[in-house]
Design a protein around this ligand. Sequence first.
Ligand SMILES: CC(C)(COP(=O)(O)OP(=O)(O)OC[C@H]1O[C@@H](n2cnc3c(N)ncnc32)[C@H](O)[C@@H]1OP(=O)(O)O)[C@@H](O)C(=O)NCCC(=O)NCCS
Length: 178
Amino acid sequence: MALPSGPHRGRPAGTHPHLQPLRRADVATFDVEPFTVDARRTWFEHYAETGPHRLLVAQVEGQVDGQVAGYATSGPFRLKPAYARTVETTVYLDPTATGRGVGSLHYGELLDLVTAEGMHRAYAGVALPNDASEALHRRLGFRDAGTFTDVGWKQDRWVEVRWYERALPWDTAARSGD
Ligand SMILES: CC(C)(COP(=O)(O)OP(=O)(O)OC[C@H]1O[C@@H](n2cnc3c(N)ncnc32)[C@H](O)[C@@H]1OP(=O)(O)O)[C@@H](O)C(=O)NCCC(=O)NCCS
C-alpha cells in the first residue's frame, strides 16, 4: 500500500542508493549516467511546491524514514506560452516497488493534482519496449498519440518513443483498482 506522497523540493532523494537503480542499463530513462548530488539538486529546482510543475515522492509501508519507492513528475511540455496548460509527466519506481499497484496510485495522484491546477493535457513519452509503462498509461486513461522513431540513442542503438496523451480533467470514477 502506498503512503500519501508529498512534494520534496530540495531533498536529494534521487541520489539515494535505492533510487540509483533507476539509472539502470535499460532505456526506460534517457539518462545515461548516475546522478550526482549536485546534478540532482539542479533537477529538483525545476519543480515547485505549488502549481502544475510538481515532484511527488512515493513511499511505501515498511520503508525506513527517508527511503523512497519512486517519484512522479509533471513539467512543462514545451516552453512557448501557448503550451501553458499542457504538462509532460513521468513516473519511476525502484524495482522493489513495481508490479503491485504503487505506480497506478502514485501517478494517479499526480494526474489529480495537475487536473486541480487547471491543466488541460498531459503527455508522456515511453521509450520502447516498456510493457509496464504502456499498461500503466493506458490504465490511467492515456491514449497512443504516435511514435517517434529513432529519436534516442542509448546502449549503442536507436530507441523509439511512443507518446501518450491524457485529456484532463478526467472521470475519477473510471479509474479502477484504487
Ligand atoms: C512503469 C511503472 C511506473 C509501472 O508501475 P507499477 O507500480 O509497476 O504498475 P502497477 O502495478 O500500478 O500496474 C499498472 C499496469 O501495468 C501492468 N504491469 C505492471 N508491471 C508489468 C510488467 N512488468 N509487464 C507488463 N505489464 C505490467 C499491470 O498489470 C497494470 O496493468 P493493468 O491495469 O492492465 O492490469 C514501473 O514499472 C516502473 O517504475 N518501471 C521502471 C521505470 C519506468 O519504466 N518508468 C516509466 C518511464 S515512461
